[in-house]
Every structure is written in C-alpha cells, then in structure tokens.
Design a protein around this ligand. Structure first.
Ligand SMILES: Cc1ncc(COP(=O)(O)O)c(C=O)c1O
Length: 412
C-alpha cells in the first residue's frame, strides 16, 4: 500500500513543537486513546493535586481552608483559567455545577430577560441535554416552547418571537462547527439572545466569545479540559448582561453576602450570582490541575495540531479503509469541524467494541456512528496511523463480528 506511511507519521511527531505535552499525561501503554472528547486523559499532576488537598488542606486545615487556601474563590479562579481558552474576560467565566444545570440556569435567565417572546430556537439533533433542559424550562413556564430546525435553517428561523437561540458550537455526533459569529449576529438582529454550548470546543478549537458578541455559554470540564469524570462545568455571561440576568437557582453562594445569612435573597454583583451551592473542592482541584496543563501552551499551535490530526485521520481512512463501508459524517473543511471525526457504518457498534478490545478507544453514538476524538494536547500523529491500521485489520480479518462485540453496554 502506498501513500502516507508510519514513517511519515513519526516524522510529523518529530517536527511537532507540542509533542512534549504528552508527557504531562498518564496514557494507557500500547493503546491509542481517541475519546478525550468524552473523558479527557488524567494529567500526571492531578493525583497529587487532589491528594495534597485531601491531606494537607482538608486533613490539616479543615474548615479554615475556605479562606486559607481560597477554596471559596475557586469558581472564579478556575473561570479565569478557562476564559482565555474561549475568548472571554476572566470576569465572564465561572466554574460551577454541571453543564446541564448551567443550561437550566442560563435558559431560564435568558427567557426572563426577553418577556413576551415565546420561542427557544435550537437545532434538531442538538445534544439531548440541551434540548431536554430547554423543554424542562419551557414546561415550567408554560408560555414558551422549544422549536428545532436543521442547522442550515437556523438563521432564517429566528424571528420576533425568538427569545433565545440555543446551539452547540461543535456537534457531538458530526463534529460540524456552526458559525458562532453569524448566528449570534442574526439572533441579535431580531432582539434574541444567543447561548452556545462549548462542550466539544473548549480546549480543542478556537472560540472567540467576546469577539462574536456572544451573550451566554456553557461547557464541560471533563472533556478537553481534562478535569476528570463528572468534573464541574463552566458558564459564561457577557459582562454587559450580568447586571440584568438572574439565576433561577437562587442558592446562597450566589447571594450578595452569603455569610450575612439574610432571609431575603439578593444576588451578588457580577457573575457570582450564577453560583448556587458550595463548590465541590475535590473535583475543583482535579479540574484546576487539568486547566493548568494549558499553561504556557501556544493555543494557535494547539488548535492547528487538532486540525492536522483530524486531517490525517480523514486521509488515512480514505487511503486504508476507503472500501470498508465507512461514510465520513464530519466536515472535510477543518475550519468547519471540531476535534473529533465521525464515520457512519451499519456495524459501528461492534466495530467500536473490537477497536476497544484492541486498545484503540473511541466511542459509538447511536444509531450508527463511530466517533474518534483527537485531543491535541496528548495525541501523536503515529497514534492516528496505528488506530487506522488497527481498524483496517479488524475489518479485513472480520474480527469486528465476534458475538461478544455485539452485546450493548449501558454506556456506549
Ligand atoms: C454538547 C454537550 N453538552 C452537554 C453534555 C453533558 O452535560 P452534563 O455534564 O451535564 O452531563 C455533553 C456530554 O457529552 C455534550 O456533549
């Protein structure tokens, strides 16, 4: 077979100025991890970051740690670490709750800020929790409904009834990246607000929230930010909107003065009003360690590497697996794509299981998608080559069809 060889991939790695970042992570030896878009890898520093907090802060300083180690400032401090990754000011990002809960808070806040408008507009096939949360808020209010249309029809569907345009920047299944600037502008032209889910974007592709005049955003801490399973999420509210928006979850941590213990709720100035309860400090420590891995990293180079890894995967799939029934469902244009690449195949589930059994960890998204995530902080070009080679062997030898690979697990 001609074309791009393993030696070529090794040469790309030798020339990769970011190659050393891989050493910051624990990765399974002998395997290829292509699921950093679902659960990011474990940074080597994280065990000590969490263990140290447990031993010397919780274990020794106990409750004094809230002040002494600034646990109380963790939501804002970690938000400040995420801000440069998403093109925001550090007063605009805060870490708290889950992405789902943050969606709830921001959807409800946005609807309250657009009284009389009756629609939340989203994409058909958006990530389920985004749609479910919109349905939940709409159901509680009774005067608002969720409307979904195909991604290409979003701009035309925005009208004077639209309160909020709710979209995911990089689609979880296809990796298609929507035009944040154009859609946000179209929302504003009709008086609507725009809320973007950055779960598959933050830390993997360029995001320019302020330059695109975005109003609201949310995102996951456990994917490309490497914060660990179930890590706290983040939310963004543009500075200009913070005084007018209110969280529907008026917990004490969002109060102007939590330790005044007033009976009446009065929201904090600024973004802290979107906090709800006590920060989960063990999880915050793991996320802070994940975020520290971006320190000093040239983000333009990182995002360029993400595009190059995805481009290589698409090239190799065409060269080496082109006749094996895979259909690319991700955009070929790297500027319209996130950091994962997806292929439809009628047997995607057992194929994915066979890959995992052979050390190549991707994931399956129903009904028929094999999803391969290429986290640029720790993946090598040779990993991409080896993954495609493993896939080709599994397919040509028929290994994918073993009965055990067809049994569905709860998490796919
Ligand atoms: C686009 C998107 N939003 C939200 C979530 C998850 O939200 P939560 O962390 O609340 O489960 C995911 C998880 O994969 C996702 O892909």
């Amino acid at each position: 077979m001609t074309g791009f060889t393993r030696q070529d991939a090794m040469r790309c790695d030798a020339e990769d100025g970011l190659a050393g970042l891989r050493d910051r992570f624990h990765l399974p030896s002998g395997g290829v991890y292509l699921d950093g878009n679902s659960l990011g890898a474990l940074p080597r520093d994280t065990e000590e970051a969490v263990g140290g907090l447990v031993r010397s802060q919780w274990g020794q300083d106990l409750i004094a740690s809230w002040n002494r180690h600034d646990w109380i400032g963790a939501p804002q401090r970690l938000g400040g670490l995420i801000a440069p990754l998403v093109g925001a000011r550090d007063t605009e990002v805060i870490v708290c709750d889950t992405t789902s809960v943050n969606l709830f808070k921001l959807i409800a806040a946005a609807l309250a800020a657009r009284p009389g408008r009756t629609t939340i507009l989203s994409e058909t096939g958006n990530f389920p929790t985004d749609l479910y949360m919109a349905q939940g808020v709409a159901g509680m209010r009774g005067d608002v409904a969720l409307r979904t249309v195909a991604a290409d029809d979003i701009v035309d569907a925005i009208d004077d009834r639209t309160a909020l345009v709710l979209l995911t920047h990089v689609h979880y299944r296809t990796s298609r990246m929507l035009d944040m600037r154009a859609i946000t502008r179209a929302a504003h032209a009709r008086g609507a607000l725009a809320l973007w889910d950055l779960s598959h974007s933050a830390g993997a592709v360029p995001v320019a929230l302020d330059a695109c005049a975005v109003d609201l955003a949310v995102g996951c801490g456990y994917k490309y930010l490497n914060g660990g399973p179930g890590a706290p999420a983040f939310l963004f509210v543009a500075d200009r909107l913070q005084p007018e928006l209110r969280s529907p979850l008026s917990g004490w941590m969002g109060h102007a003065s939590p330790f005044a213990f007033d009976d009446a709720y009065s929201p904090a100035d600024g973004l802290s009003r979107f906090l709800c309860g006590t920060p989960p400090m063990l999880a915050m420590a793991a996320l802070e360690s994940g975020l520290a891995q971006f320190a000093g990293v040239d983000l333009d180079a990182l995002f360029a590497k993400s595009r190059a890894l995805c481009d290589l995967l698409i090239l190799l799939m065409r060269e080496r697996c082109g006749d094996l029934g895979f259909t690319l469902v991700s955009p070929r244009d790297p500027l319209r794509r996130g950091s994962h690449v997806s292929y439809a195949h009628p047997q995607a589930y057992p194929i994915c299981q066979a890959l995992i059994a052979n050390g190549v960890v991707g994931d399956f998204r129903a009904p028929d998608v094999l999803r391969l995530g290429l986290a640029p902080l720790y993946l090598r070009f040779v990993d991409v080559f080896d993954a495609v080679e493993t896939l080709r062997r599994i397919m040509t030898e028929g290994e994918w069809d073993r009965p055990s690979y067809h049994a569905r697990a709860r998490v796919t």
